[in-house]
Design a protein around this ligand. Structure first.
Ligand SMILES: NC(=O)c1ccc[n+]([C@@H]2O[C@H](COP(=O)([O-])OP(=O)(O)OC[C@H]3O[C@@H](n4cnc5c(N)ncnc54)[C@H](OP(=O)(O)O)[C@@H]3O)[C@@H](O)[C@H]2O)c1
Length: 304
């Protein structure tokens, strides 16, 4: 066996759970891991998405479970199913997520709570439920964050808040779990074309429709331009879901898993900016996004 093969050798036995496998990065990741010989339990929210995914799998090692990570009962059922059907868990890939876009002034509390509920609270719920199994196997947790986990861009503040929180949670968990042999890695992708971008664009339109008219008007033009630029960035991105899936496989199989894997040059740059640039320079870097927002005269700025 070559050194490379040894370095990437598969952990024996047990399953890998991937959340949010109905589409985009989670789907690609579930198929890639199955193709590499893992037994994969793919978390989806609708049975029909699971059936479709199983139909696309090639090696008969992929099954699905209905897992809504914000629903404690379904999270507990996932851990019970893994124990019963696989006898162990080698890895948990916390991929499921949503993105609530918009100027923070327009993001109402229900939307903000939902953002944190799915991307932070639900992730910890999955981790808590599966940790007894992971401890037994000295397994791995792979938390998917984003280039926005270290750099908060205007108009993606709610999403960035959730990603920062997931980063902090991952760092603390890694330090807490090291003595037990459970390894925690972050995989932070930049822009990758997936169905998420259409969902974000629709969510942005709904957000402005629901915001008080005066507030929505204040941001409409610059937020619209930002969303358009964002969409183009994902379409032009050279990073693919396959790049992402291969990186997750590395985090699960590297003999010495890294604490963090960036996927894509844009994600890596965002991380570098956060580390090296002072806030004032970052503010200047992002100021073109909001340059057209002008405080209107008091008379035409009315909350409704
Ligand atoms: N694509 C990018 O450019 C990019 C960049 C950086 C980070 N990411 C991160 O990568 C992850 C995957 O994103 P993606 O681009 O693949 O997006 P996606 O295609 O929208 O996939 C998101 C997945 O999460 C699932 N999900 C949403 N809410 C859930 C819940 N409450 N319980 C369980 N599953 C839930 C969705 O299920 P349904 O189909 O049932 O809604 C879907 O399977 C996310 O965490 C995202 O923040 C993506």
């Amino acid at each position: 066996m070559s050194a490379r093969a040894v370095r990437r050798s598969l952990p024996a036995g047990g399953a890998v759970v991937v959340t949010g496998a109905s589409s985009g990065l989670g789907r690609e990741c579930a198929l890639e891991l199955e193709n590499r010989g893992f037994h994969v339990l793919a978390g989806v929210r609708r049975g029909e998405d699971g059936e479709k995914l199983v139909g696309e799998s090639l090696r008969g090692r992929l099954r699905y479970a209905v897992i809504d990570i914000t629903d404690d009962a379904s999270v507990r059922a996932s851990a019970e199913l893994v124990e019963r059907e696989y006898g162990g868990l080698r890895g948990l890939v916390n991929n499921a997520g949503i993105c609530v876009p918009g100027p923070l002034e327009c993001v109402d509390s229900d939307r903000f709570r939902r953002q944190l509920d799915v991307n932070v609270v639900g992730q910890l719920g999955m981790i808590r439920a599966h940790l007894p199994l992971l401890r037994r196997s000295r397994g791995r947790i792979v938390n998917i964050t984003s280039g926005l986990g270290k750099t908060a861009v205007p108009y993606l503040g709610a999403y960035a808040a959730a990603q920062f929180a997931k980063e902090a949670m991952s760092d603390a968990l890694r330090r807490e779990l090291t003595p037990t042999g459970v390894r925690v890695s972050i995989v932070a992708p930049g822009a990758i074309l997936t169905p998420m971008w259409d969902k974000v664009s629709e969510a942005g339109e709904r957000l402005l429709r629901d915001a008080p008219a005066g507030v929505a008007e204040l941001y409409r033009a610059s937020f619209g331009a930002f969303m358009e630029g964002n969409g183009q960035q994902s379409t032009k991105s050279l990073t693919t879901p396959e790049d992402f899936a291969r990186t997750v496989a590395r985090a699960l199989t590297d003999v010495r898993p890294r604490t963090r894997y960036w996927v894509g040059a844009d994600a890596r740059s965002a991380g570098r900016w956060a580390r090296l640039l002072p806030d004032s320079l970052l503010d200047r870097r992002f100021s073109p996004i909001t340059a057209s927002v002008r405080a209107p005269g008091r008379a035409d700025y009315a909350f409704e």
